[in-house]
Design a protein around this ligand. Structure first.
Ligand SMILES: [Zn+2]
Ligand SMILES: [Zn+2]
Length: 246
């Protein structure tokens, strides 16, 4: 009888208490982020451009774009957890287009640990705002979900006060030139008092050209923010220009 109860308790634990850990990116059993996904999408072996956050293919501190003066002007630094490809891109698209914001909560801890290891301590965390019409359509702002996950992990205050005043076309659908010009005047500061003298982590899901982070940083800077650090789940990877031979 004793054995029966032992067995019953063990079964109950398996069923209700000891959920198997699965990788948040590929779903395999094991770690929160499995070694294969870590290698394939987070690229721990690669550095990040100190300025724009792109993953670097050579050992240096800045990418070619930033070295050529095409980097962020209003951000002190940008960093990204991984590269926008494969499983990590699928996860981000699944969150946004299939309404699965909970998946962002699941990666809160490793993402926040990454942020702490890369960026200076700040007064608060701010999400890149979403226009009211897109928010109504999607039901949530993925950048806000990430910011609130960081808030819960670290107890870091959420800073608000910026709004997206124009519903611009999604950056994804535009060329690099149009992305850089699409956002002119798209963000406005509603509450300068919450921004003046502050240092912030500015959070978004993805950065490729950096145009969105830069547009928000510009209005934050003009309202007296002291330091602005971009923090994204995923960034692009530096493209190396390969000579075509002679
Ligand atoms: Zn995995
Ligand atoms: Zn760069």
């Amino acid at each position: 009888m004793k054995e029966f109860w032992k067995g019953a308790v063990k079964l109950a634990q398996t069923l209700w208490y000891e959920e198997l850990q699965t990788c948040v990116i590929c779903g395999d059993e094991g770690d929160l982020v499995c070694p294969t996904c870590t290698t394939d999408y987070l690229h721990p072996e690669l550095g990040r451009c100190r300025s724009c956050g792109k993953l670097l293919l050579n050992e240096k501190t800045n990418c070619l774009d930033c070295e050529a003066g095409r980097g962020p002007k209003h951000l002190d630094q940008v960093t990204a957890w991984g590269h926008y490809s494969g499983g990590l891109r699928d996860l981000i698209q699944n969150v946004k287009f299939e309404a699965r914001p909970r998946r962002l909560k699941e990666i809160a801890r490793p993402f926040t640990n990454w942020a702490i290891s890369q960026l200076p301590a700040v007064d608060g965390v701010m999400a890149v705002p979403m226009h009211a019409s897109r928010l109504a359509e999607r039901g949530f702002n993925q950048a806000e979900v990430l910011a609130s996950a960081i808030h819960w992990e670290l107890g870091l205050p959420i800073i608000e006060g910026v709004e997206r005043s124009e519903a611009t076309p999604p950056q994804m659908l535009l060329s690099r030139y149009d992305r850089l010009h699409n956002l002119k005047g798209a963000f406005i500061v509603r509450e300068p008092r919450s921004i003046i003298g502050r240092t912030v982590w500015l959070v978004d899901d993805v950065t490729t050209t950096g145009a969105t982070l830069e547009a928000v940083a510009e209005v934050l800077r003009s309202s007296g923010a002291k330091a602005i650090y971009g923090l994204c789940l995923a960034a692009g990877m530096e493209k190396i220009l390969v000579p075509l031979g002679d």
